[in-house]
Write a new protein. Structure first.
Length: 297
């Protein structure tokens, strides 16, 4: 499970605080040191950790927690609030366009989980909102991607628009959007190509698709298992595309979880969903407050 190491280290730090009737400045310093190390060990971005510790210390000082009742409890509360804030504070949801269709463009590296996530989101909207989505297969470089999306489409009973691998992806998107309008689909997902790393050609193609589709949301799909690289990817894609949010996949795996904690703070863009497995139901709305509570145990 993600966050296991971080959770147990933070709980250990708090256990020591709880056991004390009075907490001295030295106790607070030593707790903050433990929290700092726990976050760094969990692979949270260095600058994010530094800012986090500063904020918690400033709050603890400002609220005079050491002189108050239950100082241990109060410090835990401050850490909880700041962790929530670090992950984006409020829960962010998908936007809905005021004229149909609402267009959601996906981006990300190859293997991050874009195609799978398109299926998961389409299924979620279909079930929760009675939506009639269309999925556009615009990943023409990985031949299996189109077939994979079609299989997912069959499984969740959502139509797929595709024109094979010979047509320019920008044209595929234009044609797909026409079909969506004719068929009154209320949501369109655009599954785009990914590469093994960010390159200029990929980014230019994504920029062109963005221009043509004018998406309501651009979701970047990043693999939580790649740690800080997930954060670097998010920064790179955000600079090029001005993404609106992130889907963090493979949080069911053995990741230390630091990426989940750093992405919002580094890029300014929120995590909307997390992928928790390969099945079409394994998608969760990301709630920063619930995640913080889960981590703090
Ligand atoms: P794409 O290249 O970005 O379209 O990536 P895919 O959607 O093809 O996913 C790559 C692999 O990751 C596939 O084997 C998926 O089943 C798997 N995958 C995607 N999301 C998750 C997730 O949240 N958890 C796990 N464990 N596997 C995932």
């Amino acid at each position: 499970m993600a966050f296991e190491g971080l959770s147990s280290k933070l709980q250990e730090a708090f256990r020591k605080l709880r056991g004390k009737g009075q907490i001295t400045e030295a106790d607070l310093r030593s707790t903050m040191r433990e929290i700092r190390l726990a976050l760094l060990d969990a692979d949270v971005n260095f600058t994010v950790v530094r800012d986090f510790v500063k904020k918690v210390q400033a709050k603890a000082k400002g609220e005079n927690v050491l002189e108050g009742l239950n100082p241990g409890q109060q410090i835990i509360k401050i850490v909880d609030d700041e962790l929530t804030e670090m992950m984006g504070g409020e829960t962010t949801t998908l936007k809905k366009s005021n004229k149909i269709p609402t267009i959601i463009m996906m981006a990300g590296l190859q293997g991050a989980g874009k195609t799978t996530t398109v299926g998961k989101l389409a299924k979620m909207l279909k079930e929760d909102d009675n939506a009639r989505p269309l999925m556009i297969a615009a990943d023409v470089y990985r031949p299996a991607a189109i077939e994979q999306l079609q299989q997912i489409g069959k499984q969740i009973d959502v139509p797929v628009f595709e024109e094979g691998t010979e047509v320019n992806p920008v044209k595929i998107v234009e044609d797909g959007l026409k079909v969506a309008k004719e068929n009154h689909n209320d949501y369109v997902f655009i599954d785009t190509a990914g590469r093994l790393q960010i390159d200029e050609k990929l980014m230019n193609e994504l920029k062109e698709i963005k221009e043509v589709a004018k998406p309501t949301d651009i979701l970047l799909v990043v693999d939580a298992m790649t740690g800080q690289n997930a954060v670097n990817m998010a920064e790179g894609f955000n600079e090029a595309l001005d993404i609106t949010g992130v889907v963090l996949t493979k949080l069911d795996g053995d990741t230390r979880g630091g990426a989940a904690l750093s992405i919002k703070a580094v890029t300014g863009k929120p995590i909307l969903f997390t992928g928790q497995g390969e099945k079409m139901d394994n998608l969760d709305v990301f709630h920063p407050d619930r995640m913080a509570s889960r981590i703090l145990g």
